[in-house]
Design a protein around this ligand. Structure first.
Ligand code: GUN
Length: 285
């Protein structure tokens, strides 16, 4: 039976450290860090995510503002709004909530955010720093950075291990694969076009999955004693489930993240972490 990697507990620990740090920074600087979340349209899931980010920010003392734009916003309008927020000296962190309504490009708008305020870590400059392992010099994407915190917290060795990343998205799979590689793991990246997926996953000492396919990973695809990180979240018959068949795989793995309560809370925690980091970097603290 696997150790359950508790994202709620780890999040609370990091958020409590951040709360103390923000308190001290507020005394020193005279204002708290400020995060602006741009939300275009009314995607119901995004509404919930944004509300969670707002509440979590307030709890650690970060000032949080949600800038709402209508569904019909054009790319030019979005770029202009983001550019104006970016030029506001009192703003430390900016994110544009994804997914954007059809026709709007995340790739395009991210270029209107300064790398120093890009608390999602999506700007090409931050992507480059992530690839190079220059974590202290930039802002790293929240979900992969949150996954790395689990390895740190639970003393999970990565060097020399076979790590398999299933999913090659720009926001999770690619950056997490790079972080594992920077930690000297031997990394394979699998994705929707990979043939014979289980021939890879069965060799993994560290198996990270971010596909959005509910219960893709079954027990017979997992090596005995593997560390399994589930970065998927789907709703099936009204129940939140991950990309891993948790009940079966937990009997085989040595450690596993649950869904919910695993990687999810860590993503928001790392957004708070990045907002405080951006604030300190901009002020040279
Ligand atoms: N939507 C789902 N995950 C994310 C994320 O990490 N950042 C942003 N901006 N939007 C998201």
């Amino acid at each position: 039976m696997a150790v359950i990697l508790d994202g709620k507990r780890l999040s609370e620990k990091i958020r409590s450290e951040l709360r103390e740090e923000v308190e001290e920074l507020k005394r020193k600087v005279g204002r708290p860090p400020k995060l602006v979340v741009v939300l275009v349209g009314n995607d119901p899931a995004s509404e919930i995510y944004v509300r969670n980010k707002e509440k979590a920010s307030q709890k650690v003392g970060i000032e949080s503002v949600v800038k709402r734009l209508p569904e019909a916003t054009t790319q030019e309008e979005l770029n202009k709004v983001v550019s104006e927020i970016n030029n506001d000296e009192t703003v430390d962190g900016i994110i544009v909530q994804l997914p954007l309504p059809g026709g709007l490009s995340c790739r395009e708008v991210v270029n209107y955010i300064s790398p120093e305020k890009d608390v999602d870590g999506f700007h090409p400059v931050n992507v480059g720093k992530c690839t190079l392992g220059l974590y202290d010099e930039g802002l790293m994407p929240c979900t992969p950075a949150g996954v790395m915190k689990f390895f740190e917290e639970y003393g999970i060795e990565l060097q020399g291990k076979n790590a398999v990343m299933v999913g090659h998205s720009n926001i999770v799979g690619k950056p997490l694969a790079n972080m594992l590689l920077n930690a000297n793991a031997t990394v394979s990246v699998c994705h929707v076009y990979t043939e014979d997926l289980s021939s890879y996953t069965r060799r993994a000492d560290i198996l990270c999955v971010a596909t959005g396919v509910p219960h893709l990973i079954k027990a017979d695809m997992v090596k005995e004693g593997a560390v399994v990180i589930d970065i998927g979240i789907s709703r099936v018959d009204g129940k939140i489930v991950g990309d891993v068949d948790f009940d079966a795989v937990k009997e085989k793995a040595s450690a596993i993240t649950p869904v919910p309560g695993g990687v999810g809370p860590m993503t928001v925690t790392m957004l708070l972490f990045n907002t405080v980091k951006a604030f300190k970097m901009r002020l040279g603290i």
